[in-house]
Design a protein around this ligand. Structure first.
Ligand code: DLZ
Length: 196
């Protein structure tokens, strides 16, 4: 029997070989973040996105995701207009940058076609969860609309560790949501680059 999903759209297939994709992830709940990041990158590669066109940065927590996405995109626009692309998007986030190896000399100096924001918010005993989840989801939407770039919402807002593991493909038979975010970035990136 063909596998179907009750949730989520049937993925559209797109060629990501010409895309430049940014990823910003939080470092809170890193045991969940790591597989989500892996799943995202694996799906980008499957769609043809070149390693040299995937730039990964990190921030302390999900709260910082909107400002990091905004600065990452803006920096990539500056890169395009400055000769030689001397400053990297990562420079703006200083020591929080985790992986700039992908900003190789062959990396095209042009704005990202899509940026994926990854975070894991797990409800605790206080109101932190509610405030952060609300602000981050609104912030990411606002940044995307203000800048006119697709921002993929890769933020889990879960009630406990088990729910988080089940969404990161860490429990038997579970699905890694990072793969969906990679697919969404390629679809939106292609449509964005074609202006559709
Ligand atoms: C403070 C905090 C708490 C309580 N929980 C989480 C969480 O579950 N996931 C997450 O990504 N970040 C959390 N943070 C950190 C905030 O997002 C933020 O990094 C700090 O408040 C500093 O601004």
């Amino acid at each position: 029997m063909a596998s179907t999903s009750l949730k989520g759209p049937k993925p559209e297939e797109h060629d990501g070989s010409a895309l430049r994709i940014g990823i910003v992830h939080a470092r809170w709940n890193e045991t969940i973040i790591a597989p989500l990041l892996d799943g995202t990158k694996a799906q980008l590669s499957k769609c043809g996105v070149k390693d040299s066109n995937i730039v990964v940065q990190s921030v302390p927590g999900s709260w910082e995701l909107p400002i990091a996405v905004q600065r990452m995109y803006t920096a990539s626009q500056v890169q395009q207009s400055s000769s030689g692309g001397a400053s990297s998007a990562g420079d703006l986030l200083g020591s929080s940058t985790t992986d700039l190896t992908s900003l190789g000399t062959d990396a095209p100096s042009r704005p990202f076609d899509a940026i994926i924001a990854i975070g894991v918010l797990i409800k605790g005993e206080t109101m932190h969860f509610e405030y952060i989840a609300d602000a981050v989801s609104h912030g990411l939407m606002r940044v995307g609309l203000d800048l006119g770039v697709p921002v993929i919402f890769g933020v889990l807002t879960v009630l406990n560790d088990d729910q988080a593991k089940a969404r990161a493909g860490l429990t038997s038979g579970s699905h890694n949501h990072g793969e969906d975010w990679g697919l969404a970035a390629v679809e939106l990136g292609v449509k964005h680059s074609l202006n559709v």
